[in-house]
Design a protein around this ligand. Sequence first.
Ligand code: FAD
Length: 416
Amino acid sequence: MDFAPSSRSAELSERIRAFTAEHIAPVEPEVHRDIARRREHGEDRWTPPPVLADLKVRARAAGLWNLFLPREHAGRYAADFGTDRGEGLSNIDYAPVAEAMGASMLAPLVFNCNAPDTGNMEVLLRYGSEDQRQEWLEPLLTGEIRSAFCMTEPDVASSDATNMAATAVLDGDDVVINGTKWFSTGVGNPECRILVFMGVTDPDADRHSRHTMVLVPMDTPGVRVDRMLTTMGYFDEPLGHGEVSFTDVRVPATNILLGPGRAFEIAQGRLGPGRVHHCMRAIGLAERALELGVRRAMDRTAFGRPLAKLGGNGERIADARIAINRSRLLVLHAAWLLDQGMSRAALSAVSEIKVDVPNMALDVIDLAIQLHGGAGLTDDFPLAAAWVGARSLRLADGPDEVHRGVVARLELGKYR
Ligand SMILES: Cc1cc2nc3c(=O)[nH]c(=O)nc-3n(C[C@H](O)[C@H](O)[C@H](O)COP(=O)(O)OP(=O)(O)OC[C@H]3O[C@@H](n4cnc5c(N)ncnc54)[C@H](O)[C@@H]3O)c2cc1C
């Protein structure tokens, strides 16, 4: 196992950092201020700011586009849709690139590498029919449209995906969809045009064969965004997390992904790499928080000394460095295992990082907030929003406890 980044990965990460420093960082604070201003004045704050579209054009022209495309499934899409060298990346090569993007809230959007679109594009790549790919994957790869993943429901404990109660019932050549989903990330954005919906088709089948995934265009009659949710006060514009109702929504059965009753097969394939991406971005976020914290602690003075030299601050900063480095190695290990093919070890490793990294990031961001004093809690700095983002990750894509359950089951299984 060699964790030195390949020359391609190192070069791409460097180019992402340089692009972010030159083009994204200078406009990012203004983008956030503009959204806050529009929110305050009751204006539309969901339409992405025009500068985002300009940045996307530049990123695509630079070949820093769709870098999430996996080596083994990218096929012609990497070549046709502007990815560097026309090739997909392995998980281990993409990991440092995702870390570089994670340092900025806007960067994943600029490089067309943001959740949930990456996961949805991967689903279409792996499981979509030729027609489905042409209609939905291609405009997602160009960044013309956006998507959302509608699995979680307000009325059932959704950490157990077999609980999902919304329905997707076959009726002749159509599927009829009913139910309510929430935490559908991305539905606030008017560019969101396609939903990946999961519902029960055959309630009498085996628990893992009841559900179907269906592509539902946003403008289908009966689809309604009932409200946008806050996460600890944040709306996370321009994507947002919505509650969406589906009332007698009818789409052609050709919109079914893979086949009726095969939602769990898709969910398995969708989440492994996506979790590695989330974790690497969270490491980038923790790095950014540590940098902000250290700079603040060196620049401000109290009791006659820089904050960094007071009390146990030096030790806390050292512990944060150790924690980030340790987590990064865990993630690289998980990425490397995934590149060898799905195995019990890879399954455990992905769940291990899904528990470890958000908790590590929370601790590091908390330290940076503390070092900023009261300012750390304001939106004058990106730390409060970063903390909420890391906190959300302890739930999104499965709560910590479910992932600990996976690790424990595999561990206990060794001694049966
Ligand atoms: C910011 C954000 C974005 C999200 N985006 C999406 C999205 O785009 N699409 C989507 O479909 N969903 C999304 N989600 C939803 C997320 O996946 C769910 O919140 C998560 O799966 C948990 O489901 P639940 O909220 O129903 O919690 P519940 O299932 O009700 O669980 C509540 C708590 O019970 C405990 N618990 C559950 N299982 C166990 C166990 N086995 N052992 C011990 N304790 C347990 C845990 O403490 C857990 O947090 C998002 C969530 C957030 C916060």
